[in-house]
Design a protein around this ligand. Sequence first.
Ligand code: ZN
Ligand code: FE
Length: 254
Amino acid sequence: MLDIRQIPVLSDNFIYLVREPASGTVAAVDPAVAEPVLAEAARLGWAITHILNTHHHGDHVGGNLAIKAATGCTIVGPGPDAARIPGIDVHVGDGDTYDLGAERAEVFFVPGHTRGHIAYWFKDSQALFCGDTLFSIGCGRLFEGTPAQMWTSLKRFRDLPPETRVYCAHEYTQSNIRFAVTVEPDNMALRAREAEVANLRAHGKPTVPSTIGMERAANPFMRADEAGVAAAVGLKGHDPVAVFAEVRRRKDSF
Ligand code: ZN
Ligand code: FE
């Protein structure tokens, strides 16, 4: 099993340090910055061997070159977006696998937030690193993709085992919930998550990771094919893509 550590940085980003114990392989996932990652690795006695990037935004790749300079690590990222990933060594895309020692990641191409976004699913460790595609009770803004692309990406995540832990890249859960309850005020799973998150935040604790099962039950962006969500945004009987687009549009101006 992977040993996964969460490093909160900037205002609301999460970087992850992931260690495969048999080989001692250590990956930093989406390092927004370098110093806190190098400091945490040193504190743990871990030697960083890899960076895994999900997409090109500065708050996900900003630490790439400094960490590579300090450690000589290998940078793995989305092949279709290689020109925008500083220091990239290994290009991966949909259906590829990448091994961290004995742990294998399956790579999903999940466009929508950006046109080159990928995610890493470590099946044996039941861990999904999804960058800014899926957040707890939310999803990424559509900067470069279409609603149809993002809906397809979220449906792929939805089909993963419900116990899969969702290691997303931002602590946005509480504000996402404030919006979600306007769409599904009577969703009991959402209301339970709302109470849980209020308690975690009151104690200064992260709300991430979530699970796929939780998101399936409570995240309106993953539920655009639910009749209740369609009705809530005035699109009863419409195509899920249209419903998803409308939920996303409303969140953008919430
Ligand atoms: Zn982003
Ligand atoms: Fe981000």
